[in-house]
Design a protein around this ligand. Structure first.
Ligand code: FES
Ligand code: FES
Length: 199
């Protein structure tokens, strides 16, 4: 059976068995192995992808059911080859991963949260990632990573006074704002951070 999948902005038609999961189609047919197979029955969240911006478990969806949706995998978050999105970078800065198995799902879940809530409380973040299991980190640094990304994105989206002390801020490239909750800015990696990030 044919399924036309729009993944990370690229549309591909594949031949799949009706029972093939979206997770297997992404990995086997499209070579997008950033979506991980963990439990394969809807518990761990390692297979999380975004469907029209909402996190879903790709192990619980047949590939043919995803036909017509905008699918985003971890490979689609980076603004350009060799670059990281703000959320991805925040996970690096805060050491929000160890083995990395849960990380694509965590990052996509955090990304989706910040798209709809640019100023989440700690409880909001904990609630958002409650369906994603991490066996390594103890979750503290994952929560910190999402808080950190939210902080960067808010700063990046704040209006700047170009006549005052912000006049020497670096140029902002709107095209890089893949994690921005609204249209706006970026180069958030340049923002001052309590983590001693890039300067
Ligand atoms: S692999 Fe899909 S929820 Fe665990
Ligand atoms: S970093 Fe190992 S499972 Fe989360």
């Amino acid at each position: 059976m044919k399924a036309t999948l729009k993944v990370n902005g690229r549309t591909t038609t594949i031949d799949v068995e009706p029972r093939k999961t979206l997770l297997d189609a992404l990995r086997d047919d499209l070579g997008l192995v950033g979506s991980h197979a963990g439990c394969e029955h809807g518990v761990c969240g390692a297979c999380t992808v975004l469907l029209d911006g909402d996190p879903v478990r790709s192990c619980l969806i047949f590939a043919v059911q995803a036909d017509g949706y905008e699918i985003t995998t971890i490979e689609g978050l980076a603004p350009a080859p060799g670059e990281l999105s703000v959320v991805q970078d925040a996970f690096c800065e805060t050491h929000g991963l160890q083995c990395g198995y849960c990380t694509p799902g965590m990052i996509l879940t955090g990304h989706a949260l910040l798209q709809r809530n640019p100023d989440p409380s700690r409880d909001d973040i904990v609630d958002a990632i409650s369906g994603n299991i991490c066996r390594c980190t103890g979750y503290g640094q994952i929560v910190e990573a999402i808080e950190f990304a939210a902080d960067r994105l808010r700063k990046a989206n704040a209006p700047r006074d170009l006549t005052g002390s912000d006049a020497n801020q670096p140029h902002v490239d709107p095209a890089a704002a893949t994690d921005a909750p609204q249209q706006g800015v970026l180069e958030a990696a340049e923002a001052d951070t309590p983590h001693g990030g890039r300067s």
